[in-house]
Design a protein around this ligand. Structure first.
Ligand SMILES: [Zn+2]
Length: 99
């Protein structure tokens, strides 16, 4: 199922049967620890708090889902860019069926 506005953070994909929610995060905006997630070196006083606020919001959304008994998986943009998409789908499938 695509999204569900009733859930905290409106996850990108939801699997109610598994109580599983998946977010697909852009590395820059969500502050991934990868090359694309680096904070810009210019206008640091704008970007540092802006990106920190995004990460805090993400953490609150994730905790909101966990509190409701959902599991949460984050798929990062960089994992999709260079990956064999079959591997990503297999990994998500294994995650869904775990527990
Ligand atoms: Zn990344």
């Amino acid at each position: 199922m695509i999204g569900d506005r009733r859930l905290p953070g409106t996850p990108d994909l939801v699997f109610p049967k598994y109580l599983a929610a998946i977010f697909v995060h852009g590395c820059f905006w969500h502050g991934h620890d990868c090359r694309q997630g680096r904070v810009p070196t210019s206008n640091v006083r704008y970007w540092v708090p802006k990106l920190a606020a995004n990460r805090e919001r993400d953490a609150r959304k994730e905790q909101g889902l966990l509190d409701l008994g959902w599991r949460v998986l984050i798929v990062w943009e960089c994992q999709l860019k260079d990956a064999d998409h079959g591997c990503v789908i297999d990994a998500v499938d294994r995650w869904l069926r775990a527990n």
